[in-house]
Write a protein that binds this ligand. Structure first.
Ligand SMILES: *Cc1c(COP(=O)(O)O)cnc(C)c1O
Length: 423
């Protein structure tokens, strides 16, 4: 079904197309000069020393935890409200993702819950004690493109000697500051040991498929680069960047994660317009926030003045107790009205693999469990027209007003009585 307003539409211009054509005509298709240029310009734009372009953010995350020396049986703090990639890369190395509940307001990893696991106040995994699982790292996710408090993450990590790998799949470009008088820190500007970005088709900038790991640590960068191409020792890279060496040495059993120059060519131009596209999404977000604010049946995304928001997602939460529809019907009705939506995400502990392997019950991570049935992501992308934004707003309004209970609940006497009795 084609929607009047799709959930996402990439913004690919003539600059990307011409650079791709020039790359195809150059005869150099795999990793080469375009990727090198993309890496250099990307690192510069986030204020990082080193960058390794790869063929997905998942690959970047995998290389990051491998280069940090993650070992089988070690534990890594991962939010339960995230995409599959954040936790699966921990399993790639036979380590254990310790799922952390979300903050019910921001939807980010709840650092108080992480701290209580680290302190042994709640079990790291069902039926385990803190001593059973040596916790070595934390992978925060900047959900939707609003950065978490990176100072707070660093404090928790330093206190427990953890490394930090940022899943920054939504956070290019994004920035954060501790308060309104402090300067902005860009995501990737020493905000973690390794920051990993995604250039998947519907992310804030795209190369079709692609990703980037950035770091200020030269040794980590060198290890990630080596492992991204079969673990060939670094001098073998001449083969791929035009050096033409026919001999090479395998230093480790690496992976095949390098980005192609065709993708790099797209990335160079996507990156240059990343801030303009961010502003366009921010304008869409402002219009949604303004228009949907008075609808009491909805909870809108958390907005923080100290977060320069990438606005990759616009997740709303339905107040189901005030509505006569559930989330599935709401999405179906939006679809019928021509609006494409998505849901980010079914929490990991509610997936069969994590529930069966580690014994998670829904009640183990209550905030994510109760948030999940209420989540809907509305379309937000840089080329959205005014007509499209208006159509989404009108559709949401119409569905909500058609599904209010007959009797609108008044601020009831009984609630006050109940509260008074509870005291
Ligand atoms: C998209 C996404 C990824 C994976 O990105 P790929 O480039 O598709 O591998 C990882 N984490 C989060 C939070 C994502 O949304």
């Amino acid at each position: 079904m084609t929607h009047i307003v799709p959930f996402y539409r990439p913004e690919i211009g003539t600059a990307e197309i011409e650079e791709v054509v020039a790359t195809l005509q150059s005869g150099w298709l795999t990793t080469g000069p375009k990727v090198q240029q993309f890496e250099r310009e990307f690192a510069e734009s986030v204020g990082a020393r080193f960058s390794v372009a790869v063929n997905s953010c998942t690959a970047a995350l995998h290389l990051a935890v491998e280069s940090l020396g993650l070992k089988p049986g070690q534990g890594v703090l991962v939010p339960t409200l995230t995409f599959a990639a954040t936790a699966e890369i921990v399993r790639y190395l036979q380590a254990v993702p310790i799922l952390i509940d979300c903050d019910p307001m921001t939807l980010q990893m709840n650092l108080a819950d992480a701290a209580s696991v680290l302190a042994g106040a709640r079990p790291p995994l069902p039926n385990h004690r803190r001593e059973d699982v040596p916790i070595v790292g934390i992978i925060p996710v900047h959900v939707g493109g609003c950065m978490m408090n990176v100072d707070e993450i660093r404090r928790v990590a330093t206190a427990h000697n953890l490394w930090v790998v940022e899943d920054a799949a939504h956070a290019y470009p994004a920035a954060w500051r501790p308060d309104a008088t402090s300067p902005w820190t860009r995501c990737g500007e020493r905000t973690s040991d390794v920051s990993c970005f995604s250039f998947y088709a519907n992310k804030t900038i795209t190369t079709g498929e692609g990703g980037m790991a950035v770091t200020d640590d030269e040794a980590l960068a060198a290890r990630m680069r080596m492992m991204s191409l079969h673990g060939l020792s670094s001098d073998a890279w001449g083969r791929y960047s035009g050096g033409g060496s026919w001999d090479y040495r395998i230093a480790a059993p690496g992976y095949k994660y390098n980005l192609t120059d065709v993708a790099g060519a797209i990335g160079i131009h996507q990156r240059r317009k990343a801030e303009a596209m961010r502003r366009a999404r921010e304008a869409v977000a402002r219009r949604y926030l303004e228009a949907l604010r008075e609808i009491e049946e909805l909870e809108l995304p958390y907005v923080d003045p100290n977060c320069l928001h990438a606005w990759h997602l616009f997740p709303i939460r339905l107040r189901l107790e005030r509505l006569t529809v559930d989330r599935a019907t709401f999405i179906q009705l939006l679809g019928r009205s021509g609006v494409g939506c998505s849901v980010h995400w079914r929490p990991l502990h509610l997936h069969p693999y994590y529930a069966d392997t580690f014994g998670y019950k829904p009640s183990d991570l209550p905030a994510a469990t109760s948030t999940w049935p209420r989540l809907v992501s509305l379309p937000i992308f840089s080329s959205m027209t005014d007509f499209e934004v208006d159509h989404v707003i009108a559709s949401v309004r119409a569905i909500i007003s058609a599904h209010r209970p007959e009797m609108v609940a008044m601020p009831s006497q009984s609630t006050h009585t109940h509260r008074a009795n509870a005291r």
